[in-house]
Design a protein around this ligand. Sequence first.
Ligand SMILES: [Zn+2]
Length: 237
Amino acid sequence: MEAAKRWTLLIAVLALAAFAVWRGAAWVADLPPERSPFKELDIERPIGWATAMQFNRVRSDPQLCTATLAASDIGTEPIADSREGADDQCGFANAVALTQSTYAYSGAVRVSCPLAAALYVWEREIVAPAAAQWLESPVARIEMIGAYACRNIYGRAEGRLSEHANANAIDIAGFRLENGRVVSVLRGWEGEAGDAAFLRQVRGGGCEVFQGVLSPDYNRAHADHLHLDMGPYDICS
Ligand SMILES: [Zn+2]
C-alpha cells in the first residue's frame, strides 16, 4: 500500500474510534439512574441492575441518604441522634420518622434513613404490583409489629445486637387491604394460594432492595412476620 493510502486508512480508523467513544459516552450519560452505576439512587425510579449498588452507597453515606430522601416525594421528619443502653449500644443515628409514603402504617415508622428509602421503593415497586397480581383489593395499610428496639437478636440476653437496636430493621405482620381484609404472615404463608403467593413475592422482591429479609421460611421466630433490615448481612430467606 502506498503511504497516502495508509494515512487515509489510519485517519478513517481513528475517526471511527473517536465517534464510537463519543457515542458510547453519550449512551452511558443517557442511561436512566437504575441502569447506570455512575449515577446515584433515585427512589422514584423502578428497580434496575444498578439499584443494589446504589443502595450500598446510600447505606454508607448519611449525607447522600438524606439527599436521596429530599429529592423524592417521600415525607420524612428527622429524628435527633441519640444513644441508650448499658454501653450506648442502641439508638438513632441519621434516622427519620416516616410521615408520607405509598402506604400508611399501623404504627409510627421511626427508622434509619436507608431503611426509609428502601421501604419507599419496596411499597411501590414490589408490594403494589404483587397485590394487583394476587389479591382482590389493593393494600391500604401495612400492619407493623415494630421497628426500633434496644435488644439483641431474638431478644436473647447474650449475643449479637439486633438491627432493630439501631432502627435499621422493621417487622411487618401483614397487609390490610382496601376491602378491610388482612393478609397476615402468620395465616397467609401456608394459607390460601393467592395470599401465599403474594407474601412470597413481597418477600422475594424485598431482597432486591433490603439487605436482610427473613420470613417464616427462615425459622420459627419469624412465623408471624417479615423482618426487613439494612444491616451489613446480605440474607434473603
Ligand atoms: Zn425483626
